[in-house]
Design a protein around this ligand. Structure first.
Ligand code: ZN
Length: 288
């Protein structure tokens, strides 16, 4: 097991070593200014933040990186199904939200759209609203919860009509600087799709619904046992599992550089950059 400690000169860290006075995200600030939007309540510029789609400046790059890794893994899993497998991996080519899935007959057979709406709305009401959702709620409070449910977009959906099982798949490619990132991201993934699983369980008790998460670190941290376990659940041929893991790990590492390059380029593009944000000052240590 290899743990890597890397220092990225994000504002939060610079503030800690007294090189900056504020911790606000410079990329979010710049993007919001360009849109003439309010720059009040800026998020903190932490490693986690700049590595997430929540950062206005990094969202496009981070999302593209996520898709680059996940879509390849998904296609590999699709191609390596056991010959007798009755699983159908619903394609993630286009973003398939729950509403789009329920336009297909085989999903409608699990339970009707009407029944699912009914069950989901109650569950959604118990889930607190995120900061960015306030505007949509104010626009249409009566439809907000229903719409939020139907717009939920898992990374993948796997259906087996014969066994009456449906799996919701989520891929988290996360900053792995904190030791507990696996648990944090696993919880986050489950929370994200909790309403889908709970609403389906309430609407179609004769079916089995389970969420399967692939939680991995930015620099290639994959828990092998978990990975093989997930592949097993998805009927991946035993003889093909090692190859899938190998190719996948290689693929995980590639976009990390792209993401970091995008961050540094954008920071250097800002005026009045701190000397400490230059690439030469990045320390990197590896412990084996
Ligand atoms: Zn940001």
């Amino acid at each position: 097991m290899m743990a890597i400690a890397e220092i990225i000169p994000v504002a939060k860290w610079l503030a800690k070593i007294k090189q900056r006075s504020d911790v606000n995200c410079r990329l979010c600030k710049k993007t919001l200014e360009q849109r003439s939007a309010s720059t009040e309540n800026l998020p903190e510029e932490t490693c986690g933040h700049i590595n997430s789609a929540f950062c206005n400046g990094m969202a496009t790059t981070v999302t593209a990186a996520h898709h680059f890794i996940w879509r390849h893994l998904y296609a590999s899993m699709q191609a390596a199904q056991t010959p007798t497998s009755k699983l159908r991996l619903v394609t993630p080519d286009k973003e398939s939200n729950i509403s789009m899935l329920w336009q297909e007959e085989e999903f409608e057979q699990i339970c009707s759209r009407k029944l699912l709406t009914e069950k989901a709305t109650d569950i959604e009401k118990a889930i607190s609203m995120k900061e960015g959702e306030r505007g949509r709620y104010d626009f249409d409070p009566t439809m907000f919860y229903e719409n939020r449910f139907w717009n939920r977009t898992p990374d993948g959906t796997v259906i087996n009509k014969n066994h009456r099982t449906l799996n919701i798949l989520e891929f988290k490619w996360s900053s792995d600087r904190n030791e507990d990132f696996l648990r944090v991201k696993e919880d986050e993934a489950n929370e994200q799709h909790k309403s889908i699983i709970e609403a389906l369980k309430a609407a179609a008790p004769e079916w089995t619904f389970e969420q399967i998460n692939f939680v991995e670190g930015r620099r290639g941290a994959v828990v092998e046992d978990d990975f093989y376990n997930e592949l097993g659940k998805l009927n991946i041929q035993a003889g093909k599992q090692d190859k899938i893991l190998l190719v996948h790990v290689q693929r995980i590492c590639k976009p990390h550089d792209t993401v970091m390059r995008s961050y540094y380029q954008q920071i250097h593009g800002l005026s009045g950059v701190d000397a400490t944000t230059s690439m030469e000052n990045i320390g990197e240590q590896a412990y084996v």
